[in-house]
Design a protein. Structure first.
Length: 167
């Protein structure tokens, strides 16, 4: 999304089975992998205009890229639905991260959803024995009546946070 001014289409080549979003077993049962859940949220909430986001976060050392931010994200404004949606990653293997979001330029907004995909096992996946081992969790949202919002991103998590205009 952050490059949507240059990239106009994205594809997911592996849809079913080996490394895909969905695994199908002979006989008809199927399971959705964690990547399916993320794609579903991106398709559902990622419509609109990409916003420039300025994210300041602590850094972690990477063998390949040196110091890299532990929080990465994208934001979308859907003018038709009057919603602002953030997709945020916390790469920290050790710490939850507090995120402050200032949306004063959008007027009065209300946080309406915070969905989280998290877990300590980076190689976990849904199986036919545990088809819901990896799920999106909805969490409660605490907020004040101003335009500054505060969220905790759990360690090793993908987050979707959505706001809507007050009517």
């Amino acid at each position: 999304m952050n490059n949507s001014d240059r990239v106009k289409i994205a594809c997911q080549a592996l849809l079913i089975n080996e490394g895909g979003l969905i695994n199908v077993q002979e006989g008809g049962s199927s399971i959705k992998q964690g990547t399916f859940l993320l794609f579903r949220e991106l398709i559902k909430h990622g419509n609109g205009s990409a916003l420039y986001t300025r994210i300041e976060s602590a850094k972690a050392e990477s063998n390949k890229y040196g110091d890299v931010p532990i929080v990465y994200g994208s934001a979308i404004y859907n003018q038709k639905d009057k919603k602002v949606t953030f997709f945020l990653l916390n790469y920290s293997m050790d710490d939850d991260v507090k995120v402050d979001i200032n949306l004063q330029s959008f007027g009065k907004l209300l946080p309406i959803e915070h969905a989280i995909l998290e877990g300590n096992d980076l190689f976990a996946g849904n199986t036919y024995d545990e088809p819901e081992k990896i799920i999106l969790k909805k969490t409660s949202i605490d907020f004040s009546n101003d335009s500054n919002f505060h969220f905790i991103l759990p360690k090793l998590s993908w987050n979707m946070i959505q706001f809507s205009h007050l009517n």
